[in-house]
Design a protein around this ligand. Structure first.
Ligand code: HEC
Ligand code: HEC
Length: 286
């Protein structure tokens, strides 16, 4: 290696290390302002925007899109949109709710989103959500078919005036409360899968109350730690620890113990089976 190459290499490595050190120090001292009232800088904004676009594109290439112009589909999509999306994103003539106005990044108007995101990408975003923004993942709350319904509605959204939107709201009754029957498009039920359960845990806020080994950020002690739950004799001190009782507890803790501080979280049968499969991997001494 020639001398100048070596010098250039050392200089580059040294400046990278200095930058990392400086960044680390800034984080540690607390200079970075995390408040939702301080805007992202233009640099951070573009970085996030570009990551979002590229990430979604990579994950949707070749995805098959079902027919979206069916009238029933569009109306069903409207009913879900009104139940789950308007609160944050607003609609023609409808402002977002006060809590949503305080989010950073602010939820975009979906009139615009429907124009510049292809249908497959909208589907992916709605199904998976966007980390570190306020955008929730809907796959644990809506079936795939229902998500496509919402996408179908979003395609007609840009053409609706505030008067049209108000008319739709009058014409179409709100969705009834969810019953327990799984959606028609649900795949065949399968035996509990621990890996799926580990993922599902994060989608039912379990991590905000329990310390759970192997789950990053699950270090709260509102409820008992779940380490070694597989070897415990009782669930919550009241139910013998069998798989059937675990499913009962996960789906309906307040039916087991009306005074429990653990709320009913709307865990589906399949998700409860997966979560139980994961919990039974948590043995004593691990
Ligand atoms: C709790 C508030 C909240 C709810 C509820 C919500 N969103 Fe979002 N959504 C956000 C935020 C925040 C973003 C990220 C900022 C942004 O890019 O708009 C976002 C982003 C999006 C995007 C990407 C928009 C773009 O142009 O970048 C789409 C599409 C979207 N949401 C659709 C939906 C749909 C459909 C629903 C209902 C099923 C929904 N959202 C419910 C907060 C929410
Ligand atoms: C708001 C807080 C809260 C949330 C969210 C919560 N739990 Fe709990 N959980 C508790 C409390 C508190 C108990 C203790 C029982 C009681 O006091 O009723 C408990 C008990 C349990 C037990 C029995 C533990 C033992 O030692 O016997 C299990 C298992 C459990 N929770 C799993 C979960 C799972 C899985 C989720 C997510 C689907 C979850 N919890 C969400 C608060 C919570």
């Amino acid at each position: 290696m020639t001398t100048w190459k070596r010098v250039a290499g050392i200089t580059l490595a040294a400046s990278a290390a200095a930058a990392a050190l400086l960044g680390g120090a800034a984080v540690y001292i607390g200079v970075y302002d995390v408040s939702a009232t301080s805007q992202h800088t233009a640099f951070v904004y573009h970085l996030l925007e570009t990551s979002l676009r590229r990430s979604v594109k990579l994950r949707t290439s070749g995805m098959e899109v079902p027919a979206l112009d069916d009238r029933d589909r569009i109306i069903n999509g409207f009913r879900h949109f009104r139940a789950q999306c308007v609160q944050c994103h607003g609609a023609p003539g409808v402002a977002p709710q006060p809590f949503a106005l305080g989010l950073t990044p602010a939820p975009a108007s979906l009139v615009d989103a429907a124009r510049h995101w292809p249908a497959a990408e909208v589907y992916w975003i709605v199904r998976n959500g966007i980390k570190m923004s306020g955008m929730p993942a809907w796959q644990y709350r809506l079936s795939d078919d229902e998500i496509w319904d919402v996408v179908a509605f979003m395609k007609v959204l840009p053409a609706l005036s505030p008067a049209d939107y108000a008319m739709w709201s009058d014409e179409h009754a709100p969705l009834p409360a969810r019953d327990e029957t799984p959606p028609a498009s649900a795949p065949e039920p399968r035996l509990g899968d621990a890996a799926a359960g580990r993922k599902a845990l994060q989608q039912y806020v379990c991590v905000t109350c329990h310390a759970i080994p192997g789950i990053v950020g699950a270090n709260k002690h509102v409820g008992p730690p779940l380490a070694g739950i597989a070897d415990r004799q009782y669930i919550a001190g009241v139910l013998p620890n069998t798989p059937a009782n675990m499913l009962r507890w996960l789906r309906d803790p307040t039916k087991v113990d009306p005074l429990s501080a653990m709320p009913d979280l709307g865990v589906s049968e399949q998700d409860a089976q997966d979560i139980a499969a994961f919990l039974y991997t948590l043995r004593d001494g691990e």
